[in-house]
Design a protein around this ligand. Structure first.
Ligand SMILES: Nc1ncnc2c1ncn2[C@@H]1O[C@H](COP(=O)(O)OP(=O)(O)OP(=O)(O)O)[C@@H](O)[C@H]1O
Ligand SMILES: [Mg+2]
Length: 499
């Protein structure tokens, strides 16, 4: 029966709810039969001619009887109950209804609206708690699993870190073995349990980067999503519960931009390293949170590509947006401490970022903040990151241009007719700086924006012409990302050149 319960938990709850209820009724009846004896059922059925309470209601009413000693049949038979209980195959009502998975948070408007035609069913208290060896053994079984991962047993090694700043209250679970001796078995993080059962799930939000090709008609949430798009989940973490600290062990600070800090972390449950980026400022306004969310919505809509920094998950905590990403080795920041790239490596980097741009442009998305700081390297593969300014080519979303040093003149003049060519211009400036090995001075930038390219001594004419075309003041004359990817100049660049 327990295995069945676990299976049901993992399946769609809404579909199974009704079926579960009927099973639960039956289960409770059997439970009561075991505890109260067979008379219980006949007495309840005898009242059916009056107000016809359901059998389940009758059972619930019987909760009014506070403790076992008040029941009419605390007979000698009852003293054997604990033993007989061990052999019965049933679920304690409290176990069934009140496990964290079955708690429906208050004020969960979205779920309420989906199940409005279903009767509301309060979580009943257990008719009585059986402090039997069996019930404790079941709990022991439950908690011998890693609370953060029901699939990991305590036999599997858990890595412990000194100076872990995760402030977790721990509860020692005492286990009583069959022989009755007590031993300390495992530790359960209260925060982890509390997170699972008390935190209100965030609403579902329509992703503006996913075009309506799939259609709202196909969308199981329909327009319910926009109705409940108040991002109240931003309060998670305000009460001291931290998903960041529960799920991750912080290793070191990696870097920061104008809006975010990025940290290298180890995910506790899978033992893998990630980068977690979080907004520096608390996002108090719903509008601020929506704007920040656009970065993860874009990453989520794009899906994976070898030349785009991988996205894993995101959440609000303490009114800050956290983004779990693929960890890269470093960025191509010109002022960074890493070695200068050779021409071949620059060509490889530009070629790979052009592939990323082709991928996103084909999906109707533009990055609008392409610059060396936002190009990362991992094992010699170049990846475009920081989608904080990404928007839609069709201008149906607000446009916020990125770093002005890498923006073409038309954007500075607020002309947004060929947004995808903005990314090409920015990549052209990146290429120029990477070839030079230094940032362009302000005067040099102005010249480039006017179409005057500085000479690059010792570089091939092909290379200089390509950069010139990429930074052409007329966006129409700039090559597309696809043109770049197919440019024969890049064929000479070795695949996956190592930095
Ligand atoms: N996935 C990653 N792996 C390794 N380092 C990263 C990663 N993401 C970001 N970084 C580092 O963190 C720095 C800041 O990240 P990011 O550019 O995303 O922040 P930001 O505040 O949005 O920046 P900006 O000021 O450019 O808008 C980067 O320059 C880079 O050094
Ligand atoms: Mg950045």
């Amino acid at each position: 029966m327990r295995g069945k319960t676990v299976n049901l938990k993992s399946s769609s709850r809404k579909k199974k709810k009704k079926e579960l209820r009927s099973k639960m009724k039956g289960t409770l009846v059997r439970h009561l039969q075991v505890q109260l004896g067979p008379n219980c059922q006949s007495s309840s059925s005898s009242s059916s001619s009056m107000t016809k309470p359901s059998h389940f209601q009758t059972i619930l009413e019987s909760e009014a009887i506070p403790e076992r000693q008040q029941l009419p049949f605390s007979s000698p038979r009852n003293t054997d109950l604990d033993n007989t209980v061990d052999d019965k195959d049933f679920i304690l009502s409290q176990d069934f209804f009140c496990t964290p998975d079955y708690i429906t948070p208050d004020n969960q408007n979205l779920l309420k609206s989906f199940s409005s035609n279903e009767e509301s069913m309060p979580c009943p208290k257990s008719p009585e708690k059986l402090n039997t060896i069996k019930s404790k053994r079941r709990r022991q079984d439950d908690f011998s699993l890693n609370p953060l991962s029901p699939t990991l047993s305590d036999i599997q090694e858990m890595v412990e870190f000194e100076n872990d700043d995760c402030d977790v209250d721990e509860v020692k679970m005492e286990n009583i073995t069959a022989s009755g001796t007590k031993r300390v078995q495992s530790y359960v993080s209260q925060s982890a349990v509390a997170l699972r059962c008390r935190v209100m799930p965030p609403p579902c939000i329509k992703n503006p980067y996913i075009k309506a090709a799939s259609g709202m008609g196909m969308d199981p949430f329909g327009n319910q999503r926009s109705k409940c798009a108040d991002l109240f989940a931003a309060t998670i973490g305000g009460n001291g519960l931290s998903r960041y600290h529960t799920d991750f062990h912080e290793i070191e600070f990696i870097g920061s931009g104008n809006f975010s800090r990025v940290l290298k972390v180890l995910k506790r449950i899978d033992g893998c390293l990630y980068a977690v980026k979080h907004s520096i400022k608390q996002l108090h306004q719903d509008s601020e949170r929506r704007k920040a969310l656009m970065e993860v919505q874009c990453l989520g809509a794009l899906g994976s590509h070898e030349n785009i920094v991988g996205y894993y998950s995101s959440w609000f905590e303490n009114e800050q947006l956290y983004i779990q990403m693929e960890l890269c080795d470093c960025s191509l920041s010109i002022n960074g401490s890493h070695q200068l790239l050779s021409e071949t490596e620059v060509l490889e980097a530009v070629h790979q970022i052009a592939k990323a741009l082709q991928f996103i442009h084909e999906r109707g998305i533009v990055h609008l903040d392409v610059k060396p700081d936002n190009i990362y390297v991992k094992n010699g593969v170049y990846k475009l990151g920081d989608f904080g300014c990404a928007t839609l080519i069709d201008k149906s979303l607000p446009i916020e241009e990125g770093d002005a040093r890498y923006m073409p003149q038309e954007v500075l003049n607020e002309r947004y007719d060929h947004l995808e060519k903005v990314d090409i211009f920015s990549l052209g400036i990146c290429m120029l700086e990477l070839i030079r090995g230094s940032s362009l001075p302000e005067s040099g930038r102005l010249n480039v924006k006017e179409g005057k390219l500085p000479l690059l001594p010792g570089r091939s004419l092909h290379l200089q012409n390509l950069i010139k075309a990429m930074v052409d003041p007329d966006p129409i004359k700039r090559p597309s990302a696809k043109d770049l990817v197919e440019n024969p100049l890049f064929r000479k660049a070795p695949q996956n050149a190592r930095t």
